[in-house]
Design a protein. Structure first.
Length: 46
């Protein structure tokens, strides 16, 4: 069953592991880690 809807990432809880990027069933370029960092110092997805 396919999931439908908007991707919502809580950037303050993100640990920069990139699982959301590798797990994205769409074009791999649709989400990537940005240079922006959260309060913990991890790069967050854009």
């Amino acid at each position: 069953m396919a999931f439908k809807g908007a991707l919502v990432i809580d950037t303050e809880k993100c640990k920069g592991c990139a699982v959301c990027i590798t797990g994205c069933p769409q074009d791999p370029k649709c989400i990537a880690l940005s240079k922006k960092v959260n309060a913990k110092g991890y790069n967050v997805p854009r």
